[in-house]
Design a protein around this ligand. Structure first.
Ligand SMILES: [Zn+2]
Length: 306
């Protein structure tokens, strides 16, 4: 069994995942990073020990998917806005020591891309790009079975590429008109509300289905920006598979065909005849499966994975 940890700004999910990607048991606790790293690790250790006791299973390693920037080489947490109090914390090392097994950590979007490449509908892809569109936009790229990394293990922040510099909304990253500020769930909600009381993205999609004209326009606009961002992503990475996930994609039926058409029409400089754009199929337990995939990708040779 692989002990899997999916660490977000508000909650930590822990699970035991087998080598076929099946989540055997799961539990969660609040993140509360402001209470400090020692407090956090104690709660994480307790979660994993409880899962072991409950199932009677032995763990062979620990995989972690964590929000925000992380250093995958040292397994330390970066200065994620959502994880104040844990900056620079050597989580992988601490847990490896505690349980006497190997441990690895990646950014959570990279973790999900790895699990899609091992168990999901990206498993036969040569170049897989997974894009999660929800509260923000995050992406992971797996090429020929390996995670794309930049300098110093850096993770590309595709969600902050600029589509409307100067004209678009201001983003916390410092830019205006980046992809996340135009095509995330909050971006859809802000455009629809236009200063009035906010309505959830899911409700806007429901209203669009019912034919309300402002909601229809809001969803069309969202689809256009999701599509435009994907045109750039496809032009830059030449993937054969793009998998979309995240809260906004629960309503993908409203705009998926438009996105596909847009990418095939506008990404003219790269081969797109084999390109497949789909909604990710691991969506339900993607976080825990992603975390388990992080450990497998790092420590288990491909031929021993299944
Ligand atoms: Zn931004």
């Amino acid at each position: 069994m692989i002990a899997a940890l999916d660490i977000g700004g508000t909650k930590i999910a822990a699970g035991l995942v087998d080598r076929t990607g099946r989540v055997v048991a799961a539990a969660q606790c609040p993140t509360r990073s402001e209470q400090g790293f020692d407090d956090g690790t104690q709660r994480i250790v307790r979660l994993i020990r409880d899962l072991q006791q409950r199932t009677g299973k032995r763990i062979e390693g620990i995989g972690i998917g964590c929000t925000g920037p992380v250093d995958p080489r040292s397994g330390t947490i970066g200065n994620a806005e959502l994880l104040r109090g844990w900056w620079g914390a050597p989580l992988a090392e601490r847990l490896a020591h505690e349980f006497d097994v190997s441990a690895a950590m990646e950014n959570d979007a990279d973790a999900v891309a790895l699990s899609e490449s091992i168990w999901g509908s990206g498993r036969n892809a040569q170049c897989l790009v997974c894009v999660a569109i929800g509260t923000g936009i995050g992406a992971g790229v797996v090429c020929n079975g390996d995670l794309y990394r930049g300098a110093d293990g850096g993770h590309p922040e595709i969600g902050h590429m600029v589509l409307e510099f100067g004209a678009g909304p201001k983003c916390y990253c410092g830019l205006t008109g980046c992809w996340e500020s135009l095509a995330s769930g909050p971006a859809l909600e802000a455009w629809y509300a236009d200063g009035a009381e906010s309505v959830s993205a899911a409700e806007i999609c429901r209203r669009a289905r019912a034919g309300e004209s402002r909601a229809v326009r809001a969803v069309e606009r969202l689809g256009r920006y999701v599509g435009l961002g994907l045109v750039n992503v496809v032009t830059m990475y030449c993937p054969d598979v793009v998998l979309l996930s995240g809260g906004v994609m629960r309503d993908a039926g409203l705009f998926l065909d438009d996105i596909r058409r847009m990418v095939h029409e506008l990404a003219t400089q790269v081969p797109t005849n084999r390109l497949r754009i789909d909604v990710a199929d691991l969506a339900g337990e993607a976080g825990l499966q992603g975390a388990a995939a992080v450990w497998l990708h790092r420590f288990a040779p491909k031929e021993t994975r299944f």
